[in-house]
Design a protein around this ligand. Structure first.
Ligand code: BG6
Length: 483
């Protein structure tokens, strides 16, 4: 008998902007991520040094075709069903539903997601919908993106359109994917927008963060009002933070980064209040956000039903001196720092992926334990996986490295369940290959290989990797057969 409950949601995840392609079809509006080229202008555009408002003829944009999920969803969901998926986590592109972000609703977008949802249900796959996964409508970016206090209403309106149209069938909702990464590493994700003339960037970024927190809170309340049987939760990227040593100053640094990276987002989602360490840090840097009337109440009124979280690795930090020069080029999982507070430290006990991310399955258990003891809510893993260079050989990909990564993490998930941590499901990243946020499609994550490259669109044919057959057995045995 399995330790996992019968209802455990084994599945996998994708995001619209990384998999759908068809970036201008079906009357879809442009998003900020549609504007990020792959070639030499990439970082300059992301960092805002070059304008991203026009598409360039001399650049290739892998996300424009991506893996063409928009046209191939029937074939792809069938493959997910063949693996035995109980759930499929995907995001809805805001600009397919509302091309300008606000205003007119686009029937073609509604029809498309209705088809996707209905196809899932035909295979008894529970749709798990992410409302926002990095793809800010370009029209709203031009109006200030999350810096604009109206962004709260924009998002709540978008939520309402989704609840009205899909709420009869979608029972599980995720609000904002990795809000903590949007705040901490915005340029890497390609969504940072700092208004011209800003003098205190940290304050501006945390004001944006505040708007997202309020937007999320209001969307959760609205969900409960409109859809009493639905469940909704946040989806941050949680990496438990270790101290680099047992020096007391490193312990304090790890507590501070844990608060800034992780607990700020969950304390707010669950308890409706700012984490005290983060608030102190913001005060010390003249960066506390301004509250609009009603914000405090809105945040207090919201209660998630569960916590979704993405886990790739832990982080390790040590105390940073006030005059430390720290590398700003960090991504979601690589070391970064904050002079005077903490700085990243390469954990010598951990191996790394080909793309430099540490691999820490034990840390996955540490993260689940810590989260459960802080929040006591059911949890679902909304992303976990290995980005690697895969090679297609005679129609197969022998990705034993991916199997090893996932096996080691599922073993820890298994332990968590035996420790009575309420785990609802597991959605590895990614169900099918997709375009990575900042490393192109050459960094592959899927159980299914897609024939395409960062330089040109390929046949887009699908091939089952070895991990596809392995995961199918894992699901069949409800998590007991990991061989
Ligand atoms: C998470 C995101 O940050 O990690 C995904 O939610 C992303 O969108 C995933 O693809 C892996 O990161 P990357 O940078 O390798 O694509």
């Amino acid at each position: 008998m399995s330790v996992f409950p019968e209802s455990f949601l084994w599945g996998g995840a994708l995001a619209a902007n990384q998999s759908e392609g068809a970036f201008r079809e079906g009357d879809k509006g442009l998003t900020t991520v549609d504007m990020i080229p792959h070639g030499e202008h990439r970082m300059a555009v992301k960092l805002g040094l070059e304008k991203r408002f026009q598409l360039r003829d001399d650049e290739f944009y892998p996300s424009h075709e991506a893996t063409d999920f928009y046209h191939r969803y029937k074939e792809d969901i069938k493959l997910m069903a063949e693996m035995g998926f109980k759930t499929y986590r995907f995001s809805i592109a805001w600009t397919r539903l509302i091309p300008n972000g606000t205003g007119e609703v686009n029937q073609a977008g509604i029809d498309h997601y209705n088809d996707v949802i209905n196809t899932c249900l035909e295979y008894n796959i529970e749709p798990l919908v992410t409302m926002f996964h990095f793809d800010m409508p370009d029209a709203l970016d031009k109006r200030g993106s999350w810096s604009n206090p109206e962004s709260v209403d924009w998002f709540v309106n978008f939520a309402k359109v989704m609840f009205e149209n899909f709420g009869d069938r979608v029972k599980y909702w995720l609000t904002i994917n990795e809000q903590n990464m949007l705040t901490l590493v915005g340029p890497i994700i390609g969504t940072l927008r700092i208004p011209e003339g800003t003098t205190n960037v940290l304050k501006e970024v945390y004001q944006q963060n505040h708007h997202m927190l309020v937007a999320q809170a209001k969307a959760m309340v609205l969900c409960h009002e409109m859809l009493p049987n639905a469940k909704i939760g946040p989806a941050p990227n949680i990496s438990y933070v270790y101290p680099a040593s047992c020096k007391p100053e490193d312990i304090l640094a790890a507590q501070e980064f844990n608060a800034i990276r992780n607990w700020l987002y969950l304390d707010m989602a669950v308890y409706g209040k700012y984490n005290n360490l983060v608030w102190t840090y913001l005060e010390e840097n003249d960066a506390t956000p301004t509250f609009a009337e009603g914000d405090e109440e809105a945040m207090k009124n919201a209660h998630p039903d569960f916590i979704g979280f993405n886990y790739y690795s832990t982080a390790t930090v040590q105390k940073a001196a006030a005059d430390d020069k720290l590398d700003p080029g960090a991504d979601q999982q690589s070391s970064r720092g904050e002079a005077g507070y903490y700085k990243g430290y390469a954990n010598p006990n951990l191996k790394k992926t080909e793309f430099g991310w540490e691999i820490d399955p034990d840390g996955f258990l540490a993260t689940m334990r810590e989260m459960y003891s802080r929040y006591h809510l059911p949890m679902i893993v909304t992303e976990n996986g290995l980005g690697a260079y895969d090679t297609l050989e005679e129609g197969r990909v022998h990705d034993n490295y991916r199997i090893a990564y996932l096996r080691a993490h599922i073993e820890q998930l298994h332990k968590a369940v035996t420790e009575n941590i309420e785990m609802m499901g597991y959605c590895p990243w990614s169900a099918i290959d997709l375009v990575s946020t900042h490393e192109g499609i050459r960094k592959r994550y899927g159980f299914i290989y897609v024939d395409t490259t960062d330089e040109e669109v390929g046949t887009l044919d699908r091939y089952k990797k070895d991990s596809f057959y392995w995961y199918k057995k894992v699901i069949e045995s409800n998590g007991e057969n990991l061989d």
